[in-house]
Design a protein around this ligand. Sequence first.
Ligand code: PEP
Ligand code: MG
Length: 572
Amino acid sequence: MHINGIAVSPGFALGQVFLIEPEQTKLSPEQQTTNNPTGEILKLKAALSQACDEIQILVNQLNGSGRKDQAEIFEAHLLMVQDPEITDGAFQAIEEQKLTAGAAYKLAADNAALMLSQLEDEYLSARAADVRDISQRVLQILSGKKAFDFTKIPTGAVIVGYDITPSQMAVIDPKKVAGFVTEIGGKTSHTAILARALELPAVAGVRGIFQHVTPQSQVLINANNGKLIIDPSPAEIETFRAEKRKYEETKNLLLQMRGLPSVTRDGHKLELVANIGTIQDLPSVLANDAEGVGLYRTEFVFLDRKTLPTEEQQYQIYREIFAGLGNKKCIIRSLDIGGDKNIEALPLPAETNPFLGLRAVRLCLQEKNLFKNQLKAILRAAVGHQVGLMIPMISCIEEILATKQILAECKSELKQQGIAASETLQFGVMIEIPSAALIVDLISRHVDFISIGTNDLTQYMCAVDRLNDRVEALYNPFNPGFLRALNYIFKASVENKLHSGICGSLAHSELLLPLLVGMGVNELSMTAQHILSARKMIRGLDYQACQKLVTEVLKLETSEEIKNRLREFTKG
Ligand code: PEP
Ligand code: MG
């Protein structure tokens, strides 16, 4: 039987199912009401304190065994267990509704999880799973029952669960596991993040999986396309083995790209760097030998919270990331909210055209304190590291000057306070608005580098809302006008000796790569998993041939003609 899910961590696996049925891990309190609320409050307090102790032990163990990315998740859990939003709700339910400690805590946690899961932001809604995980831990403690025994997992098993929580992941021995399948979740769920960190294949969002498997089932996972086969036939196993072999050969070939320069056959050098959102992305940056970070989206620091992060809190987070990169460079982008990205800590009025509204640097220039806190945190954290500050959504020189003025104020205030600030911080802007694209020569006088946000530049050049699926076909990076704009930007950069990059999704387009190289891009920033294949492609290209290709392609009239020519070039 064949079923589909979402491929969240690549690879192939074939193994015996190990079922973690929802009821084995989804506890419910046995008794719902009480006539001793004071006793229940004390019980809940004790359980919360025990939960904190257990989580702290996990954090220490994970840090001790070098699983820092997993430890981070539990550090966040530690804060969530103590979050008054949930605990106050639970205490109130005990007092007012006379619920037992377990029933009250479950109610408060379920409400919080529901609220999170309804948020549009994919990352935030995935945090509902963390709240459920904590709730299960607290209920487990209150029930006095023994936790589900994960030591029974046989070697080579495919773990099938409703959602494999971070707490379960932390006690599962990854050496015994062939892969993961979950009924819910997507690319940003913790099962996905951790499976990627462990380099184990995982498919999430497989609705109805429990109706199709038993502990006797064998399951075959293709986590590159999200397909599962339950109890495969010998012929299907044969095909699977061949595909797996091919995938592993390609992967090994790509691994050989580690440590090699990203240089064309005729000696033209490029920089391949990674896009990151949180510290959890660093292992993949290092494993895939990215030459640094070309876009650190700081939105995540602001997203997961009710109040704005302080300068000190931001400093700690940025410092850890810069330090984690060792001597590799990091381009950190100042806050880019508005448009489709809203934060709870700074509610913004609704706008008719949010993508044309108060976004990114426009907002930061109006919210000067917020901007200064972030800039100061970056200036401080960048001491001793190779860091570039990048400003999103620049539309004119005035915005650059205003930002530089604020940056200078931040530097002088830090100096007055006797606090060390970076003296080598590079300053750059994103080119993602047509009015900026046309003045790259003028911009080059004020900045050290530019990076093109092709996700936004495409939408503004083609006048297509990047989220509106009714006009999706027009959101087209092969549009000849858009490609001419790119060429114009790179030409101006080369002429003005300005370092130029791309950090939008286009940076890893296999088809467009020869064209971008030919146009003279210096740096491509992409999800770390794409770095080695991009390097392999670059090493097979000839810069001069790519330059000729640009001249040829920019004369073509339609995107179909352009795609065909690029396909031909890539094959040939
Ligand atoms: C872009 O616009 O290409 C970009 C990298 O920024 P974001 O997708 O975060 O707007
Ligand atoms: Mg953008």
